[in-house]
Design a protein around this ligand. Structure first.
Ligand code: AMP
Length: 566
């Protein structure tokens, strides 16, 4: 039986606000956690983004919030600037009737945006661990009277190397605080953190939502990076797309993709984080009404997108994290419909596909891209379908007169029909079919079979590649400077940071800074070698540009750090 918001014990004004937001009933995580948090318990929620976890902690915090206090009442820790901003925004939305003052603090934003607001008075602070620590050190953040602390996406924060920072922050808050921890996974280090900092926490594990949805047909295509656009246009021609969400890795790629598709005669719109709320709403409205069939988005921009009948999710770029893959493809095959999830992968990303397959315990079969012949045939089928419609309607009076006079001139009726079709096709689907180059696959090394066996591999997964699994334990990285150039792992590119042991940096500084500023999962990083005056870091090839693009933004402590290819 489903619960109603009215039954959870929340103040009426909060119930009214969520009703106005269009929430009809609490999501399972909300129904489970809100009463526990209202009862004052410490809680652990195993829930991913998209489950409604933000409201699950925000609503009880807002319920307990007292207006007019002169101290910070609630603190939310989030791994990334995007999540901190998003949570702060949701908090303000849910608390619209309470007068709550919420502030997001994160690295990369000037202190003068944050410190005066803290001085004026803030009720709830949402921040990334690094910036919170900086503000605490500067004595600008007083957490001594915080009554509720939330660790959001705790596993992500730990994987970014923030564990010490989290502990320092928690130690600054009163021991009798209420603590809520949200995490998609509960590895031992999270459990240890919970044991140390939480008081008899109540667990709420959402019956692990099927990792992938049975109603989603998954396929992948092997393609060279530079052919991805061509591959996408070929798929657009042969797939029966009612509406598609195409995921790219970066915001810039989203815009580029839309422009390049337009140049090739395919209409798409970008759902970018840059859009104002009104522009975003307009884009989504057009997508919902099927005026635009293809939406290109990043994971961040697609957050909160709540549209049930997306026929295709296309991973133009594969996400580095299997959980993100699962989340992405869960956007299709909803509401009892079937969906299709297609992924374009480059030869170097095959190991990542293998990782996704192991995570979801499902094979994602490789298909070959539609050939020119397939496309021509599909175009013909479409033409015939359109003609059938007109034949059934039988309202082509004028055209019939033209055909009759051509027949009177002695033309064969079949020839007349064929010529008309030729013309129709010329005006319709006459786009050139994009060429695609052959993919050269590196041969798997002899004697290095896929250790997993089960999803083993036509695609040549090797143990060496498997070692590049993002989820390597932190401790597996050598801290010393003994690593030679030639020990760089395959598929990884070595970057050099302009800081080293003599500046007092540690592995967690490096991971935290790169992950935070480049917005990549810390787990993605490979070996880190801290030398006297520089640090070498192995970064997956697919993320190198993203990391290099942010050079100039990296900071460790007070020092700006330059990142370049080693
Ligand atoms: P979250 O998992 O907190 O990121 O939330 C995912 C999305 O679900 C957000 O867009 C929320 O606005 C939306 N949402 C949260 N709770 C509900 C609810 N009870 N009913 C409908 N939508 C919700």
């Amino acid at each position: 039986m489903s619960t109603r918001f009215e039954e959870l014990g929340l103040h009426d004004h909060l119930v009214q606000t969520v009703a106005e937001l269009g929430y009809q009933e609490p999501t399972p995580i909300q129904a489970a956690m809100i009463p526990q948090m209202l009862g004052g318990c410490d809680v652990i929620g195993q829930a991913q983004t998209g489950t409604g976890k933000t409201a699950a902690f925000a609503l009880p915090m807002l319920h307990n919030f007292t207006k007019g206090c002169h101290h910070i009442q609630g603190l939310i820790l989030a791994p990334t600037r995007e999540l901190a901003m998003q949570v702060a925004k949701s908090m303000e939305q849910y608390g619209a009737r309470t007068g709550v003052r919420v502030l997001a603090v994160y690295g990369g934003q000037a202190y003068f945006h944050q410190i005066p607001k803290l001085k004026q008075g803030v009720d709830i602070v949402v921040g990334t661990p690094g910036r919170l620590i900086d503000l605490m050190k500067q004595k600008k953040l007083d957490l001594s009277r915080v009554s509720t602390v939330v660790l959001d996406e705790a596993d992500e924060m730990l994987s970014m190397g923030f564990v010490e920072d989290i502990q320092i922050i928690l130690d600054e808050t009163p021991a009798e605080r209420q603590t809520a921890l949200f995490s998609a996974t509960l590895p031992p280090d999270i459990r240890r953190l919970a044991q140390r900092y939480m008081n008899d926490p109540q667990s709420c594990t959402l019956a692990h939502k099927q990792l992938t949805v049975e109603t989603v047909e998954q396929r992948h295509y092997l393609v060279n990076e530079f052919d991805k656009l061509a591959a996408l246009t070929r798929l657009f021609e042969t797939e029966d797309i009612a509406s598609a969400l195409v995921f790219t890795r970066t915001r810039a790629a989203t815009g580029d993709l839309v422009t390049e598709l337009a140049q090739r005669g395919f209409t798409a719109e970008a759902l970018s984080g840059d859009l104002s709320q009104e522009a975003r709403t307009r884009v989504l409205e057009r997508f919902r009404n099927n005026q635009v069939k293809v939406l290109a988005a990043t994971d961040v921009a697609a957050r909160g997108l709540d549209i049930d009948d997306i026929s295709h999710v296309i991973n133009f770029d594969l996400p580095p994290d299997p959980e993100v893959y699962v989340h992405r493809i869960g956007r299709t095959g909803r509401a009892g419909k079937t969906g299709v999830a297609l992924s374009l992968i480059t030869p170097k990303e095959r190991w990542l596909m293998g990782k996704i397959e192991r995570f979801t315990r499902q094979r994602v079969p490789r298909h070959t891209l539609p050939t020119e012949g397939d496309i021509v045939q599909k175009r013909q089928e479409k033409l015939m379908q359109r003609m059938q419609v007109w034949l059934n309607r039988g309202r082509c009076k004028r055209e019939l007169e033209v055909a009759a006079s051509l027949a009177e001139e002695g033309h064969d009726p079949l020839d007349i029909a064929a010529a008309a079709m030729r013309l129709a096709q010329k005006e319709g689907d006459s786009r050139p079919i994009a060429q695609i180059s052959k993919v050269v696959e590196p041969r798997p090394k002899m004697g290095r079979a896929n250790p997993q066996g089960r999803f083993g591999d036509r695609s040549g997964y090797t143990r060496a590649q498997g070692r590049r699994d993002y989820a390597r334990p932190r401790g597996g990285r050598p801290e010393g400077g003994h690593m030679g150039r030639d020990s760089q792992e395959k598929g990884m590119v070595r970057l050099s940071l302009s800081t080293g042991r003599s500046h007092g940096i540690t592995v967690s500084h490096v991971v935290g800074s790169l992950a935070h500023h480049a917005d990549i999962p810390g787990r993605a990083l490979g070996r880190i070698s801290i030398q006297d005056n520089r640090t070498l870091v192995d970064v997956p090839e697919a993320l190198v540009e993203q990391v290099l693009a942010k050079t100039g933004n990296y900071r460790i402590g007070r020092n700006q750090v330059q990142v370049r290819r080693a």
